[in-house]
Design a protein around this ligand. Structure first.
Ligand code: CAA
Length: 260
């Protein structure tokens, strides 16, 4: 059952929701209707108690070739600013469940930015990243200049954003932007599903807290971040899952999480 036109959704593993961008004619260009569907699928997985983690992927040829250039072509400043064009793209960053991106093929412009909004980034052998906006007379508009710089440092980010030159999955992995490169596109998606299934097998509250504290590292000083972490760490002693997890360890048993 698929209620969407530009994406496919499924639950291929216990606790795992998968979203596959599926607009092959435009190499998954991220039109506003597609982004609305993506947000709606993400909210549905976020709301579902069955789901513990999400995998976001595209096709073998393209994760996503960017924002839809044909949609943007005639956009005026009053329209772009007035309607806050592209703001709805950041909705994905408000999802509290972990998102694993499996990138095969092109991840350009907004496609690269979308991949960088995921929590864990995996690549296939032909992953092709880049921020080619400069070639269109614009700049990255969905966080690329910020997330890329934090991930790979100023010189590489400047080089990528100013030249519009692409980079490979192997480079993304070497620079710390991605965590793994797989040998085939299928292995990349399977690897993302494996990781999502592992995460979905843990207590939901601890998973939510873990994502929250890692993200906090981007927002605060080390001192404040460590304090923030410790507060959340303490808070988890108020959950049943902490008692369940530690008791199971002491009794050499497998924990049965209650997500409470
Ligand atoms: N928007 C709209 N349509 C796109 C698109 C995009 N970003 N990318 C590809 N398409 C369309 C093509 O127009 C083409 O459609 P037609 O068959 O109707 O002509 C179809 O997808 C297939 O593409 P190509 O024929 O170009 O395929 P290719 O294999 O020769 O090239 C490519 C692949 C190198 C990715 C090339 O399509 C390309 O350069 N795409 C644009 C990449 C880009 O500039 N992305 C950044 C967009 S700006 C942005 O994202 C702003 C932001 O920061 C949010």
């Amino acid at each position: 059952t698929n209620a969407y036109e530009f994406i496919l959704t499924s639950t291929p593993r216990p606790g795992v929701g998968q979203i596959t961008l599926n607009r092959p004619k435009a190499l998954n260009a991220l039109s506003t209707p597609l982004m609305k569907e993506l947000n709606s699928a993400l909210s549905a997985f976020e709301a579902s108690p069955e789901i513990g983690a999400v995998v976001l992927t595209g096709s073998e040829r393209a994760f996503a070739a960017g924002a839809d250039i044909k949609e943007m072509k005639d956009l005026t400043f009053p329209e772009a600013y007035g309607k806050d064009f592209i703001k709805l793209w950041s909705d994905i960053t408000n999802i509290s469940k972990p998102i694993v991106a499996a990138v095969n093929g092109h991840a350009l412009g907004g496609g690269c930015e979308l991949a960088m909004m995921a929590d864990i980034l995996y690549c296939g052998p032909k992953a092709n990243f880049g921020q080619p906006e400069i070639k269109l007379g614009i700049i990255p508009g969905a966080g690329g200049s910020q997330r890329l710089t934090r991930a790979v440092g100023k010189s590489k980010a400047m080089e990528i954003v100013l030249t519009g030159k692409n980079f490979s999955g192997a480079e993304a992995e070497q620079w710390g932007l991605a965590s793994k490169v797989f040998e085939t596109p299928e292995a990349c998606v399977e690897g993302a599903l494996d990781t999502a299934e592992t995460i979905a097998g843990y207590g939901r509250l601890a998973v939510k807290a873990a994502k929250e504290v890692v993200n906090q590292a981007y927002e605060t000083s080390l001192h404040e971040g460590v304090k923030y972490e410790r507060r959340i760490f303490h808070a988890l002693f108020a959950t049943q899952d902490q008692k369940i997890g530690m008791t199971a360890f002491a009794n050499k048993q497998k924990p049965e999480w209650k997500n409470e």
